[in-house]
Design a protein around this ligand. Sequence first.
Ligand SMILES: *[C@@H]1O[C@H](CO)[C@@H](O)[C@H](O)[C@H]1NC(C)=O
Length: 305
Amino acid sequence: MARSRCFSLTLFFSFLILSLSEMAFSATFTIVNQCSYTVWPGLLSGAGTPSLPTTGFALNPGASFPITVPTSWSGRIWGRTHCSEDSTTGKFTCVTGDCGSGTVECSRGGAVPPATLAEFTLNGAGGLDFYDVSLVDGYNLPMLVVPRNGAGGNCTTTGCVVDLNGACPAELKVVNAPSTTEGSGGACVACKSACEAFGDPKYCCSGEYGTPNTCKPSMYSELFKNACPRAYSYAYDDGTSTFTCESADYVVTFCPAPSASKKASGEELPGQGSVSLVSSGSSHLMSSTPLPMLLVAAILHLWRR
Ligand SMILES: *[C@@H]1O[C@H](CO)[C@@H](O)[C@H](O)[C@H]1NC(C)=O
């Protein structure tokens, strides 16, 4: 009995030290797919930051996948949709968010626009994590970033939960080829940024428009901003779109609300319902028990025996 208690204590402290060091040296990103269709997340590490255990994988509807992210990591996460492998060449491609690798793993490939992007810089200035959801490179599916167990800064939920494919102006629409096996042919699967659609420096904040003073919101960026007030709608949208946390974990969810997930697959008309989700803060979305709590409960259970 005494022996087993001693063993349990050792176990307890090993776990404690392990989880403390985990907390100090890495973050956990949990990628969740609440869409009614498969999403293939893509992950790109910024230049000079540590690489991740995976750069791309398939995530079934309802599935979630945790990733341990090293300290000081910076990079992007996005969702690829309508992906398939060519039956003769074996090449893997996606209609939206493709990373050009030809495989499910993206390796060093970034998302081909348009794609909704979650952007992170962990342990940046002042030891803070900086994160945002960006529509600067367009939009392909609803995405939400929820910090967990973080402190300080403006450590709150951000993202774009609205179906912008349904609300996309005709001149920005990306329409799926009519003959796909998934039956989504002819549907709007993504919405381009005005920069990508027209290449105009005014929209791209390039050339003489390359400063915050000269590059202003456009009719198109305002359309994005009105639908998704917390997301980046153009290059100099920092003030209302960048969020900060201290040592948080993050949950990145595709199609964060049931109504949004149906709309993203083009089954419903765009409506008001999803818009109100943005201002209500989407706090109803996450309710899982934190892992450390489970760990402590398990250890206490062992200890008592
Ligand atoms: C959050 O805090 C950062 C850093 O202080 C600031 O730059 C940014 O504008 C703030 N974001 C919002 C949405 O208020």
